[in-house]
Design a binder for this molecule. Structure first.
Ligand SMILES: Nc1ncnc2c1ncn2[C@@H]1O[C@H](COP(=O)(O)OP(=O)(O)OP(=O)(O)O)[C@@H](O)[C@H]1O
Length: 239
């Protein structure tokens, strides 16, 4: 495996006096996908919020390519090659698909490459190409999810943080999103932290699986190994 792109050590974070995440540590090698799975309330979304800086860490370190992200505000993360797609998706309903995509590249100095990146998103997510002039409000759930991911990718991140991309979507759309992530990893070396309730969809495209339970890392192993673990299968995959 390659060197870690993301290193998390002793991370403690939460919303009040009682931390939700306690002493969480793991590494994600460059060019791999790490699925974060676990039961409702385990702290998966909280972990992603802490990684993206939208929830300050009480303790611990988060570094990307050896640079600490501590104190880096969410809006500056993109300068460190990190893009966050939160649950709920964050598409701007008043703007068109094209305007939303171009927003993702606004900060970039290389305007020509930002425009190229937008064009690539239409190739990658064909349903978006047909909806480029529709407003965000007019999109289906699947289209909104593709747009949110597309907008994040226009920034050409090295690390993509994704919260429950499959939530509420038809299996066909979930497949398209998962396949696209896998292809991106294989083609561009993108590193992904994929929070998913839907382990069934996430594990086949993931290299590593991190199982969170009660705010702690219960298991960190290869995704293939976890998918074949009888206990895990019964608890999370239902067979
Ligand atoms: N804004 C908040 N303020 C206070 N507590 C919160 C907040 N958001 C989440 N929590 C609590 O933190 C714990 C972990 O929640 P979190 O959303 O991270 O879990 P999760 O693993 O993502 O669950 P799910 O799969 O249901 O989304 C839960 O006990 C939840 O009630």
């Amino acid at each position: 495996m390659s060197s870690p792109l993301l290193q998390v050590e002793n991370l403690t974070a939460g919303y009040g006096p009682v931390p939700v995440l306690q002493d969480v540590g793991f590494e994600v090698p460059a060019g791999t996908i790490a699925a974060v799975v676990g039961p409702n309330g385990a702290g998966k979304t909280t972990l992603l919020r802490a990684l993206s800086g939208s929830l300050p860490a009480v303790q611990g370190t988060i570094s990307v390519s050896g640079t600490s992200l501590r104190g880096v505000p969410t809006e500056k993360l993109v300068h460190h090659g990190v893009a966050h797609v939160p649950e709920g998706r964050g598409v701007i309903g008043e703007l068109t698909v094209d305007e939303n995509l171009r927003l993702g590249g606004l900060w970039r100095k290389d305007r020509a490459d930002a425009a190229r990146a937008v064009a690539e998103m239409y190739e990658m997510f064909e349903p978006l190409a047909r909806r480029r002039d529709s407003s965000g409000h007019q999109l289906s759930g699947g289209e909104r999810q593709m747009l949110a991911i597309g907008r994040a990718l226009v920034a050409r991140p090295t690390l993509l943080l994704l919260d429950e991309p499959s939530l509420g979507l038809a299996p066909r759309i979930v497949d398209l999103i998962m396949t696209t992530l896998r292809d991106l990893r294989d083609r561009t070396g993108l590193t992904v932290v994929l929070v998913e309730q839907n382990a069934h969809s996430a594990l086949p495209i993931s290299d590593q699986a991190i199982v969170l339970s009660l705010g702690r890392v219960a298991v960190a192993t290869s995704a293939a190994e976890l998918a074949h673990d009888p206990e895990f299968r019964t608890a999370y995959l239902g067979f």
